[in-house]
Ligand binder design. Structure first.
Ligand code: ZN
Ligand code: ZN
Length: 330
């Protein structure tokens, strides 16, 4: 392994553990963490034909349940039983390790130029899948083209969603808590997205300030924000939630938001994880993003740690942090 990114999921695993008794790999009383990884192939099995020693690869995270029709066709992101495992998260050891073994089908080849930033591929697969599902949800429209898009949040997934939308030349607005002079806001503007501070918007009527959107990618995971964004959708709009709150706290919703879902043919959907096509698209898009928006992708990695000095600091969110990465080797 070369380097591994750290995210909110890792913090969740450390704080609460995930998946209850099935959280730990069989036969282990510990979990090797890390799921946003890039590595170099050192050895291949005799049946492997599409990889060679020296190739740079990003490993996928989720492994199918082995029981359902979705997992049988390699779409564990759509698993019906929920009995999936995820490397470094639930049931299988992760990638914060000098060496790992995996099946070639779970390794996505990446060009050498992405070596430093490839842990971002995993984060980018989330918006890639969201966009695929948004496109599906709009496929029946007489004019399915997206003109205006909104992204909420300034975490790595949100900013990668912005880059993905700007790569498609869509008019993109970012709505988030960070001040307009923050690093995050500046990076968004470098892609020619419009940055709006949350403090300037009345979440009871976001359309009043922002206008209506064809699509919204909600990447804060905040329940109030998720509910409020229904009202930011224009006619036939689609809201995709990529961060799911897990607490049982009730959240108020304006009755008119439900009315608007009917009256404006709105779609509200959630999406998690990604399929092999999303992974390949993420690699291709990351290459293009670095050409089209010089410096922006690399600037998303704000903090680097060495595995020899890995401690709580790597898992602690500090102001200005977008993505922290742990370097294992070169
Ligand atoms: Zn992650
Ligand atoms: Zn399954």
């Amino acid at each position: 392994m070369l380097r591994v990114g750290v995210c909110g999921t890792d913090r969740e695993v450390v704080l609460h553990g995930l998946g209850g008794p099935r959280g730990l790999p069989e036969g282990s009383d510990y979990l090797v963490m890390g799921h946003e990884a890039v590595g170099r192939v050192v050895e291949i099995g005799s049946d492997v034909t599409d990889l060679e020693p020296g190739d740079l690869v990003v490993p996928t995270v989720r492994r199918g349940c082995g029981e359902c029709v979705a997992c049988a066709v390699g779409q564990a992101d759509l698993c019906y039983t929920g009995r999936i495992k995820e490397r470094g998260i639930v049931g299988l050891h992760g990638f914060l390790s000098e060496r790992v073994v995996d099946s070639a089908e779970h390794l996505v080849k990446v060009p050498r130029e992405l070596q430093a930033v490839a842990p971002l591929v995993e984060s980018l697969t989330t918006p890639e899948k969201a966009m695929r599902r948004i496109t599906n949800a709009r496929a029946h429209l007489p004019d399915p083209a997206v003109r205006r898009a909104l992204v909420t949040g300034t975490g790595p997934i949100a900013l990668l969603a912005v880059l993905m939308l700007r790569l498609k030349d869509l008019e993109t607005v970012v709505l988030a808590r960070q001040p307009a002079d923050s690093v995050q806001a500046q990076l968004a503007r470098q892609t020619e997205a419009t940055y709006t501070e949350l403090a300037d918007v009345d979440l009871n009527q976001p359309q009043a300030k922002l206008g209506g959107f064809d699509i919204v990618i909600e990447a804060t995971g905040a329940a109030e924000m998720s509910v409020a964004m229904i009202a930011a959708l224009g006619q036939n709009g689609v809201l995709d939630l990529v961060g799911g709150p897990s607490d049982r706290r009730p959240v108020p919703i304006q009755a008119s938001s439900l009315g608007a879902m009917v009256g404006r043919n709105l779609t509200v959907q959630g999406s998690v994880n990604a399929n092999p096509d999303d992974w390949r698209r993420a690699v291709a898009d990351l290459v293009q993003m670095r050409t089209r928006f010089p410096g922006v992708v690399d600037a998303l990695i704000t903090h680097r740690f060495d595995i020899s000095s890995f401690d709580d600091r790597a898992l602690t969110r500090v102001p200005g942090q977008i993505k922290a990465v742990v370097d294992i080797s070169e």
